[in-house]
Structures are given as structure tokens and as C-alpha cells.
Design a protein around this ligand. Structure first.
Ligand code: CMC
Length: 428
């Protein structure tokens, strides 16, 4: 895929570097030979201009607000597909035929049970442990239960582990939630589809049957589609970095979950709701915007800004519409939606936010929907993790299938002490 070369000249050396072209997006300068040729490393903290892999899964054009899964626009998938079909698409590269979809759904449905010992494992946590801590630990523990699907070198084992993770994530998430509130764990019901099965495991109580509102199903399915993958974000990159060492899928995804937890990444959905609650009233919005512009305050508008999107986040546009629809259809009056709308309006006409190209991202409105669906705030990032599992497992499998894989091993600019001699403690 390489075409022309670029020449890099340092004080005393010159090196010709090939350009790597993808099917879309900017070309990349292949710098792998730079150190050997010039004695220099490249420096790019935060990977602002560095592609760490080739991938055929997801494409983003941040300037135009474009997001494609396997070439399909997110808007079309959001309007016409459903989460499990999108998971298949991410994993297999093509939309399924009816027979393929049926087989995939059947496989996922028959891998939803969680090992009974996991219940004992959960009991080791204090009831108020953060659900993300419990999720990361339980997913890591899966590698202790499924030795038959741990070998990353075996394509069949890779696929089985991927199906298991997509299938079990809602079961684990619901069990974690119920454990934290002292409810008995519910088993997955095979007669329900993916999202309804999860809602059932989350909310069903022994005392009465649960009628699942289709508004809830539609909203969750849409949120899962929109969160399913986002190319080389921090958590997917973490999954790949861990995967590059030869670690199994459960261990790699457990690391991805911990990366997702941070408020700069998936933890932003929880942070947005806390922020909106703290702002409390639309009349306090201007003060919050002023604080976010003041670097000394250490406060940022959560749910605003994105490393890649510099125009708008297409997911946020869809979620914003869904937030209105869900609140209206469920008859929920949430003053936080007014605070969010006012905050968005104030920020979008503010010079600081305009010049810094800061727009609402996927996490800005999702919390308002989750809240309307009665999902507690500390479970928001777990919801994100359920959906992103489809992306993580697809990225991890692709990494193992793509030729030329190497262990991820960045270099550094060392800024520490120069060599010096050890002094005995009584001489310091
Ligand atoms: N509020 C106020 N100022 C901001 C914000 C914000 N939310 N985001 C970035 N800035 C400013 C930042 O202070 C900096 O200003 P200056 O150039 O004057 O020093 C400039 O914009 C660039 O910021 P950065 O931190 O270098 O940008 P980044 O690309 O490294 O970070 C980000 C992207 C998403 C981490 C950041 O915008 C942020 O912290 N946003 C709030 C957290 C958030 O909503 N995260 C969810 C991201 S989308 C979903 C996901 O990834 O899971």
C-alpha cells in the first residue's frame, strides 16, 4: 500500500521514509527505520499524530464528523440495525445473512451463563465497591474459568472467547449491580433478546413479573450501537497493547475496562451527570462555563471535547435526539436536561469553546437517558463497557490476524538523573 516517500533530514543524516496509504484518511509516514537511520526517536505524547496499527474495523473523519463501522455510516446503523447485528459486523467484517445472524444470536444466547463460583468471587467485594472495579476484576477472572479458550494463537479459541465475552458481559454487569444493592442474582433468560435479557437480569424482582418497556429496549440498543467501537481510543489501544504481549482476551479486555473507567474516556458519562447535578440549575450555567475556561480552576466541561472530532461528534447528535424522545415517551421531567441544553447552548456560542473546537461528545447526553431508564450513575461506565466489548474483541482478534504484529513497546525521552555513584546510607 506504500506509494511515495518523504525525506527527513537531521543535522548530519537524511532518511527516506515510505508513506503508508490507507483506504481513507491521511497517509502516514512510516517512521520505523528512523532510529536505525538517524539515531533519533520520535516524540508524540498522547499519540496525537501517530498511528499505532493498521485496522479495517472503524473509520473516523474528525473534521467532517464521520464515523463508519466497516464502512457503514453510524447514522444508518443507528436507524436500521441492532446491537447484536453491529457486534457481528465489527467482528466478522460484513453484515450477516439471516442464517448467519441466527447462528450468531444462538451462540451468544448459549454463552450468557456465568459460572456459579463467580457469585462467590463477587461476595469478596464490599457492597459499595465501584461497579467498574468489580467488572474489571470479574472479567480478568474469566481467564481462570475458561482454559479451553485462552490461547491467542488459535483462531477457534479466539472466536469462542470473543463470543463468550459479548455474551457474558451483560450477565456480569447485572450481577454486579444486584450484588451492590443486595438483590439475588438473576439468570439470563434465553427467550429474550440481548438487550431485553440484560434489562430483565438488571431489574426483575422475585415479587412480580417485569414488563419491559420497548422505549427502554430501543434506547439501550441504540446506545450500545453508538458505543460499540471507536477505532484506536485509549481503551482499545490498551486492549491491543496488552494483547501484543500474547496475553489472553479476558486479561486484555480487563485492562481495557480499567482504561475506559477514567473520566477523560468512558468515565466521562458518570462525570457529566455529577457535573450537571452540581450545576443544579440553568441559571448557574454561565458560572460553570466561566470556570471551565479558567485553567487555574482545574475544571473542564465533562462531555465536551474530543481528540479526533473537531466539528461535531456524530454520536452525540443522535443521542441528543434520543434523550428528548426517551424523556417524552417515559413521561420523565428531568431538570438536568434543561441544565444540559443550556450548557450546550452557552458553550457553543462561547469564543473559548469555538476556538478550541470543543463540542458535546458521546458522553454528554447518554447519562440523561440512563438516568431516565433508572440506571444508577455508578453503572453508566459499565453500560459503556458492555457495548464497547464488541469493539475490543474485534480489535484484539484483528491484531492477531494482521501479519507483522509485534509487542507494543514505546520509547521515551529520559529526563532523569545522569549516571551517578551509589552512596552508603550513613554517608547521605
Ligand atoms: N473543557 C474545557 N476545556 C477543554 C476541554 C473541556 N472539556 N477539553 C479540552 N479543553 C481545552 C484544554 O484545556 C486545552 O486548552 P489549551 O490548548 O488552551 O491549553 C485544549 O482544549 C486541548 O485540550 P487537550 O486536553 O489537549 O485535548 P485532548 O485531545 O488531549 O483531550 C479530551 C480530549 C476528551 C480528553 C478532553 O477534551 C477532555 O478532557 N474532555 C472532557 C472529558 C470528556 O468528556 N471525555 C470523553 C471523551 S469522548 C468519549 C470517550 O472517549 O470515551
Amino acid at each position: 500500500m506504500s506509494s511515495t516517500n518523504v525525506t527527513l533530514t537531521t543535522a548530519d543524516k537524511s532518511v527516506s521514509l515510505p508513506l503508508v496509504e490507507g483506504s481513507q484518511g491521511p497517509s502516514c509516514i512510516d517512521i520505523a527505520s528512523i532510529y536505525r537511520a538517524t539515531g533519533h526517536f520520535t516524540f508524540d505524547p498522547g499519540f496525537a499524530a501517530t498511528a499505532a496499527c493498521k485496522s479495517a474495523i472503524t473509520f473516523i473523519d474528525g473534521e467532517k464528523g464521520v464515523l463508519l463501522y466497516r464502512g457503514y455510516p453510524i447514522e444508518q446503523l443507528a436507524a436500521k440495525s441492532r446491537f447484536l447485528e453491529v457486534a457481528y459486523l465489527l467482528l466478522e467484517g460484513e453484515l450477516p445473512t439471516p442464517a448467519q445472524m441466527h447462528a450468531f444470536e444462538d451462540q451468544v444466547t448459549h454463552h450468557t451463563m456465568m459460572h456459579e463460583s463467580l457469585k462467590h468471587f463477587l461476595r469478596g467485594f464490599h457492597y459499595d465497591a465501584h461497579p467498574m472495579a468489580m467488572l474489571a476484576a470479574t472479567v480478568a477472572s474469566l481467564s481462570a474459568f475458561y482454559h479451553d479458550a485462552e490461547n491467542p494463537e488459535d483462531p477457534a479459541q479466539r472466536k469462542l472467547a470473543a463470543i463468550r465475552l459479548i455474551a457474558k458481559m451483560p450477565t456480569l454487569a447485572a450481577a454486579i449491580y444486584r450484588y451492590s444493592i443486595g438483590w439475588p442474582v438473576r439468570y439470563p433468560r434465553n427467550n429474550l433478546e440481548y438487550v431485553d435479557r440484560f434489562v430483565h437480569m438488571l431489574f426483575e424482582v422475585p415479587s412480580e413479573p417485569l414488563a419491559i418497556n420497548p422505549v427502554v429496549t430501543k434506547a439501550l440498543d441504540l446506545l450500545f450501537i453508538l458505543h460499540a467501537d471507536h477505532e484506536q481510543n485509549a481503551s482499545a489501544s490498551t486492549v491491543r497493547l496488552v494483547g501484543s504481549t500474547g496475553a489472553n482476551l479476558y486479561a486484555s479486555v480487563a485492562a481495557g475496562i480499567t482504561a475506559l473507567w477514567g473520566p477523560a474516556h468512558g468515565g466521562a458519562n458518570e462525570a457529566v451527570l455529577k457535573m450537571l447535578t452540581e450545576i443544579g440549575d440553568a441559571k448557574n450555567v454561565d458560572k460553570a462555563v466561566a470556570r471551565a475556561k479558567d485553567k487555574e480552576s482545574g475544571f473542564r466541561l465533562m462531555g465536551f471535547g474530543h481528540r479526533v472530532y473537531k466539528n461535531f461528534d456524530p454520536r452525540a447528535k443522535i443521542i441528543r435526539g434520543m434523550a428528548h424522545e426517551v424523556l417524552e415517551k417515559l413521561g420523565v421531567q428531568d431538570p438536568l436536561l434543561d441544565v444540559a441544553l443550556k450548557l450546550e447552548e452557552a458553550a457553543l456560542k462561547d469564543d473559548y469553546f469555538i476556538s478550541h473546537k470543543l463540542y458535546p461528545n458521546v458522553d454528554f447526553y447518554s447519562g440523561i437517558i440512563y438516568k431516565a431508564l433508572k440506571i444508577p450513575t455508578n453503572m453508566f461506565t459499565v453500560m459503556f463497557a458492555i457495548a464497547r466489548t464488541a469493539g475490543w474483541v474485534s480489535q484484539w482478534i484483528e491484531q492477531h490476524e494482521m501479519p507483522g504484529g509485534r509487542i507494543g513497546r514505546p520509547r521515551q525521552v529520559y529526563v532523569g538523573a545522569k549516571p551517578r555513584d551509589y552512596q552508603a546510607i550513613d554517608q547521605r
